[in-house]
Design a protein around this ligand. Structure first.
Ligand SMILES: Nc1ncnc2c1ncn2[C@@H]1O[C@H](COP(=O)(O)OP(=O)(O)O)[C@@H](O)[C@H]1O
Ligand SMILES: [Mg+2]
Length: 392
């Protein structure tokens, strides 16, 4: 046995973790640090180095509303399980009283209604998306600062021992689960660091954040403010059970711009995968996009506001056009801006386009689970179609 002195690179990630990382980067904008933390823990799990008898990962996601906390969990499930619906979501605000806790764990035998309760957190629910190859579960506790004491106690047991005891004493095993908890605690403090008094002569901070650029130092400061707020509010026995506290950044203009194009793509995918009518393609002019961005920018609600603007200004009018037969399968619809109103206006630019021609016009790389259309399109598409549209 010769002596080696080969330098190893622990920053390399394996193929599986790499796929998760690239899937997350395609879907989530501006939260690279959060993505990195998830990858680290997933990689530890893949290597078999996670602590036994605990969930695979316990994550605390902090940061403002509409910054992608929930979306991150859905995107991870999309990548690993192929379906965002695999995420079991528990809205902590809805489980304040003991009879509501029974919805989670069921009531003890003999109790009125015992037989009718199907606990939300049973092993069957946890395993419902498991396959032979994939047996991870995703559990999301939203807004944990609103959890009642009873819910806290359940949560502490899950985080520490990966078990939950149901009302009828059955045990649920969480050792194959990734647990995510979100809170927008500290968001106000974080925002005041990033966006100090408006009207103040532009400081370095202000100019940076106005341009949507946040330096490493500044983002460190923001992250510390978030973590500080969490330490203040949550008991140490809770914080000690968290593997990673991840602070989501407030989104600036450049991020919202990228999210706009992601979301437009998702709307187009929905048209493709819809079971109602044949698919058509829409395309927005730059002016129309700028309008949506203006209408959808709101510091308080982040990308949520943008999504609402897209629904109101694009999805609803398009739905009306479909329902009234003005837009049909095979159409190309151009969406422009009427500056005087101002509002989006719709024109039919082409009709009777073949499916493969439509597929080429859009980026399907971040498609949701393949629907009927995608399967049909694959059959009709010539082999060397545009690389963008063949990637998935
Ligand atoms: N960083 C992001 N990257 C991509 N999309 C985002 C991002 N943040 C928010 N969104 C979009 O806005 C929607 C609402 O965000 P969500 O993840 O629910 O925010 P919250 O941080 O309040 O949980 C998401 O479904 C997604 O469409
Ligand atoms: Mg959320």
């Amino acid at each position: 046995m010769g002596r080696l002195n080969k330098r190893l690179d622990p920053t390399q990630t394996g193929n599986e973790a790499e796929k998760l990382e690239s899937d997350l980067r395609k879907r989530i904008v501006g939260q690279d640090e959060a993505i990195q933390q998830i990858i680290n823990i997933y990689q530890t799990h893949l290597a078999g180095m996670s602590s036994p008898g605990r969930p695979i990962g316990n994550f605390l996601f902090l940061g403002p509303t509409g910054s992608g906390k929930t979306r991150m969990v859905e995107a991870a499930a999309e990548s690993l399980v192929g379906d965002a619906r695999a995420v079991i979501k528990i809205d902590c605000a809805e489980f304040q009283h003991s009879h509501e806790i029974a919805k989670l764990i069921g009531s003890p035998p003999g109790y009125l209604g015992h037989r009718e309760t199907h606990p939300l957190l049973s092993q069957e629910v946890l395993n419902q998306y498991h396959t032979e190859k994939m047996n991870l579960s995703f559990v999301l506790f939203d807004e944990i600062e609103k959890a009642s004491d009873a819910l806290w106690n359940l949560l502490l047991g899950i985080l520490d021992k990966a078990t939950l005891t149901l009302g009828d004493n059955r045990r649920v095993d969480f050792s194959r689960a990734l647990i995510f908890m979100t809170s927008n605690l500290g968001a106000a403090e974080m925002n005041s660091i990033l966006r100090p008094n408006v009207g103040f002569a532009a400081s370095e901070t202000e100019r940076e954040s106005a341009a949507g650029v946040v330096s490493g130092e500044l983002s460190g400061k923001v992250a510390r403010a978030g973590v500080e707020a969490a330490r203040h509010k949550f008991a140490p026995e809770f914080m000690n059970r968290i593997d990673k506290t991840v602070v989501f950044r407030p989104l600036g203009e450049p991020e919202l711009r990228r999210i706009l194009s992601l979301e437009l793509n998702i709307v187009q995918q929905r048209v493709f995968n819809s079971s109602v009518g044949a698919p058509f393609v829409f395309s927005l002019t730059d002016a129309a996009k700028e309008y949506l961005l203006r209408e959808g920018t709101d510091i308080k609600y982040g990308a949520r506001h943008l999504k609402r603007a897209i629904d109101r200004n694009l999805v609803h009018p398009l739905s009306n056009l479909i329902a009234t037969g003005q837009v049909r399968g095979g159409d190309l619809v151009r969406v422009d801006l009427d500056e005087t109103a101002p509002k989006l206006i719709f024109f039919k630019e082409a009709e009777n386009m073949p499916v493969y021609a439509m597929v080429r016009m859009v980026d399907t790389s971040i498609a949701p689970p393949i629907g009927t259309f995608a399967a049909g399109a694959a059959a009709q598409r010539p082999r060397a179609a545009n690389a963008k549209s063949t990637r998935r």
